[in-house]
Design a protein around this ligand. Structure first.
Ligand SMILES: [Cu+2]
Length: 283
C-alpha cells in the first residue's frame, strides 16, 4: 500500500514537473536554453525532494498510526547521526543548485563581454521603446501598439545597452527567458544570440504608469543576409526615425498624450498612446 502511494506521489510530481516545464516559453536564444536547462534541473531536484518528503511522511503516518492502543511508543530524543544527515543533504543540494546558477549567470556575463556582432541601444520611455543601431545609423521609436520592430541577425552576439528615459521600465522577451530593468541615468548591458529566425514579442515588465500595458516591442530575428537588406533599407534613419509626438521621451506627456490618458478611463478602451491621439507608431 505504502509503496503504491509512494509510486503515485512520484508519478504525480513527475507530471507536475513536465507540465511546469511545458509552461515555459520555448527558449529562443543560446542563453535562454541554458536558463531553461537550469529551470528543468531545479524542477527535477524539487520533485525528488518532494517525493522523499511526501513519501516518508505518508509512510510514517500509515505505518505508525494509532491502532486503538493507548500506550505511548518508545520516546526518542535526539539522534546526532540522523540530524547530521538531514542537515548535510539540504546544504549539499542548495550548494549544487547555487553553483549551477552561478555558471548560467556567468554565461550571460561572458556573452556581454564577448565581441558584439550587432550593437543596439534600447531606451524605454512612457510609453514606448527606442532602438538605436549606432554603427548602422538606424534609429527607430514606437509608441503604443504594435510597438517597434528591432531586426537582429540569427547566430550573432547582439549586445544591448539599456536605459530608461523617465521612470524604470523593464526589457522582457518571454522566449529569451530574460528580463532586465531600464533605469534612468544608468546603462545596463546584456547580450543574446538568437537561435532561429522568428518574431519574438517583448513587453515592458516594470509597472511604469497608465499605459504600461501598451508598450510592446518585437525582436525580429532574420538570416544575416536579410538583416543586411533591412539595414540597407533603414540606414541613415530609415522609416520611423522621427520621434513620435504624443509623449516626449525625456519628460512629461504632451497635451495629446494627456487626452489619450483621459480617454482611457472607460474600461477596455482601446485608445493607445500611439492610436488616435498620436500618429501610428513607427516601425
Ligand atoms: Cu512599463
Amino acid at each position: 500500500m505504502t509503496a503504491r502511494r509512494r509510486a503515485t506521489a512520484i508519478a504525480g510530481l513527475t507530471a507536475i514537473g513536465v507540465v511546469a516545464a511545458g509552461c515555459l516559453p520555448a527558449p529562443a536564444t543560446v542563453e535562454a536554453r541554458r536558463t531553461a536547462d537550469l529551470y528543468t534541473t531545479f524542477v527535477a531536484v524539487a520533485a525528488v525532494v518532494a517525493a522523499i518528503v511526501i513519501g516518508l511522511s505518508v509512510f510514517a503516518i500509515v505505518r505508525y498510526r494509532a491502532r486503538g492502543d493507548e500506550t505511548l511508543p518508545r520516546q526518542v530524543i535526539g539522534n546526532t547521526r540522523l540530524e547530521a544527515v538531514w542537515t548535510a543533504i539540504p546544504l549539499i543540494t542548495v550548494a549544487v543548485l547555487f553553483g549551477l546558477t552561478v555558471l548560467v549567470l556567468n554565461a550571460f556575463d561572458d556573452a556581454t563581454r564577448a565581441a558584439a556582432g550587432v550593437e543596439i541601444r534600447v531606451t524605454g520611455f512612457r510609453w514606448g521603446w527606442r532602438f538605436e543601431y549606432p554603427a548602422e545609423g538606424i534609429r527607430m521609436e514606437g509608441v503604443g501598439r504594435p510597438g517597434p520592430e528591432a531586426y537582429v541577425p540569427v547566430g550573432e552576439n547582439i549586445h544591448v545597452t539599456l536605459t530608461g528615459a523617465d521612470v524604470i521600465h523593464s526589457f522582457f522577451v518571454p522566449q529569451f527567458l530574460f528580463k532586465r530593468d531600464a533605469i534612468p541615468g544608468r546603462l545596463n548591458e546584456f547580450a543574446f544570440t538568437v537561435d532561429a529566425p522568428g518574431r519574438y514579442g517583448g513587453q515592458c515588465a516594470e509597472f511604469c504608469g497608465l499605459y504600461h500595458s501598451q508598450m510592446p516591442f518585437t525582436i525580429v530575428a532574420v538570416s544575416p543576409a536579410d538583416y543586411e537588406a533591412w539595414v540597407a533599407a533603414h540606414r541613415g534613419g530609415g522609416a520611423g526615425a522621427s520621434a513620435s509626438p504624443g509623449v516626449a521621451p525625456g519628460g512629461s506627456a504632451s497635451p495629446a498624450a494627456s487626452t489619450a490618458a483621459g480617454a482611457s478611463t472607460s474600461p477596455g478602451a482601446s485608445t493607445s498612446p500611439g492610436g488616435s491621439a498620436a500618429p501610428e507608431p513607427s516601425r
